[in-house]
Design a protein around this ligand. Structure first.
Ligand code: KG4
Ligand code: ZN
Length: 358
C-alpha cells in the first residue's frame, strides 16, 4: 500500500510517501519566515503560499524517490481541523490527483495523524492515552485503535503552543517562539512558585492556559529588562549581563515547568478515568519541548506505562503523518468520495469514511 500524504492545514506545506507504514520520502516547505513579521499566521497568505508551493513539492518528491505516480494506491490529505482556505488548497489538489490517477482518496483528521505519527518509528500499543499539544489544540484522548478516538479533555481557551507563542512574542521573539523558550530555559532550575498552573483546582480534564499567559504578561510588564532589545536575537541574550540573562532563563524555565506540570496533572487525571492503558502517546509541536518530554517520561516511568514520543521532526506538522494515517484507513478498506469536505478549526471532524474496495 503506497500512500501519498498532503498537509496544508496551517503554515507548513508538506508531502510524503509512505509504503506499508514505512517512510519512502518527504518534502516540506515552511512559511514561518513569511508570517513571522506579522506575529502570527495570516490565513490568506498561507493559502496562497500552499497554492504556489504544493505542486512543486509534489513534483520534487516524485522525482527524488523515482516513484511513478501510477504506483500510488491512495491519496491521503489533511482535511481538518485547520485554516479553511489553507485546507481547501490541499483537498482540491488531492481530489484532482485522485481523479487523474484513478486512485482512492482519504481525508485525514490532522489531530489523529499527529498522535498516530510515532507509528512510523515504533509499534503503537492500544489502548493508549493520547496527549496532543500543538499550536491550535490541547486535547487528551483515549485511543483504542487507529480509528477509535474518544476525546477526554480539551482547552477552553488558548492551546499550549499558543501560550508559548504569545509569551515568546512578549519577550520579543519571532513567531512561532515556543522553541526559543524551550532552548533558553533548558538546564535551568525553574522557580515553581513564579507562575500558576492554571485550572488545576477543578476535577475537570479540560485545560485553560489564558490565566498563565496573563500572569507571565504581568510579570514581564513589571520586569521590562526581560524583553529582548532586538527581535529574536537569541545570541544577544548570551552577551547580556549575567543578572539579566539569568532572569530571562528563569522565566523561560518556570514557564516551561508550569505548562509541563499542568499537562502532567491532567494526564494523571485522565489516566484515572480511562483505566489501564498500554501506552501514553504525546504528540504535536509542543511535544518537542524538553521539559514536557522529561515530565512525561517521569510520569510514565512512575506508572510503568510505555511512553511514546515522536522524534522531533515528527512533532511539528509534516506530510509523513498524513500519509501514514491515510494509509492505515485505506488499509482497512476505507476511503472518501469526491464530496470530501474540509473542516475548519472549532468543528468536529466527522467519521464519514466509507468502505471502498480495489
Ligand atoms: O503541531 P504544530 O506544528 O502545528 C499545529 O498543528 O498547531 O505545533 C506548532 C506549535 C507552535 O505553537 C510552536 O511554538 C510549538 O508548537 N513548538 C514548541 C516547541 N517546538 C514547537 N513549543 C515549545 N517548545 C518547543 N520546543
Ligand atoms: Zn499540527
Amino acid at each position: 500500500m503506497l500512500s501519498l500524504g498532503i498537509e496544508t492545514s496551517c503554515d507548513e506545506t508538506a508531502v510524503a510517501l509512505v509504503r506499508d507504514g514505512r517512510l519512502v520520502g518527504q518534502k516540506l516547505a515552511t512559511q514561518i519566515d513569511v508570517h513571522a513579521v506579522f506575529g502570527g499566521v495570516v490565513p490568506e497568505i498561507a493559502s496562497r503560499e500552499h497554492l504556489r508551493v504544493l505542486p512543486v513539492l509534489y513534483r520534487e518528491l516524485m522525482q527524488d524517490t523515482g516513484i511513478d505516480p501510477s504506483e500510488i494506491d491512495v491519496v491521503s490529505v489533511a482535511r481538518g481541523p485547520g485554516l479553511l482556505g489553507a485546507l481547501l488548497v490541499g483537498v482540491s489538489f488531492a481530489k484532482a490527483l485522485s481523479v487523474s490517477l484513478g486512485t482512492r482518496l482519504v481525508g485525514v483528521n490532522h489531530l489523529w495523524a499527529h498522535l498516530l505519527a510515532p507509528g512510523l518509528e515504533q509499534e503503537l500499543r492500544f489502548p493508549a492515552l493520547g496527549l496532543l499539544v500543538s499550536g491550535g489544540h490541547t486535547h487528551t484522548y483515549r485511543i483504542d485503535s487507529s480509528t477509535q478516538f474518544e476525546l477526554l479533555g480539551r482547552t477552553l481557551d488558548d492551546a499550549a503552543g499558543e501560550a508559548f507563542d504569545k509569551v515568546a512574542k512578549l519577550l520579543n521573539f519571532p513567531y512561532p517562539g515556543g522553541r526559543f523558550i524551550d532552548e533558553l530555559g533548558r538546564g535551568v532550575a525553574p522557580d515553581t512558585g513564579l507562575f500558576p498552573r492554571a485550572f488545576i483546582d477543578t476535577p475537570s480534564l479540560d485545560f485553560s492556559f489564558s490565566g498563565l499567559k496573563t500572569a507571565v504578561a504581568n510579570y514581564i510588564q513589571a520586569h521590562p529588562e526581560l524583553v529582548l532589545d532586538e527581535m529574536g536575537n537569541i545570541e544577544s541574550v548570551a552577551r547580556m549581563p549575567r543578572e539579566r540573562r539569568d532572569l530571562i532563563a528563569t522565566v523561560c524555565a518556570s514557564f516551561n515547568w508550569s505548562v509541563a506540570d499542568t499537562l502532567r496533572i491532567k494526564v494523571e487525571r485522565a489516566l484515572k478515568q480511562t483505566g489501564k492503558v498500554k501506552s501514553i502517546i504525546v504528540a504535536g509541536g509542543v511535544a518537542a519541548n524538553s521539559m514536557v518530554r522529561t515530565v512525561m517520561q517521569e510520569l510514565a516511568e512512575s506508572r510503568n506505562i510505555d511512553l511514546v514520543l515522536p522524534g522531533l521532526q515528527l512533532c511539528t506538522d509534516n506530510g509523513s503523518m498524513i500519509a501514514y494515517a491515510g494509509g492505515l484507513l485505506a488499509g482497512q478498506g476505507y476511503c472518501h468520495g469526491l464530496d470530501l469536505e474540509a473542516i475548519p478549526r472549532g468543528r468536529v471532524v466527522p467519521l464519514d469514511w466509507r468502505e471502498c474496495r480495489g
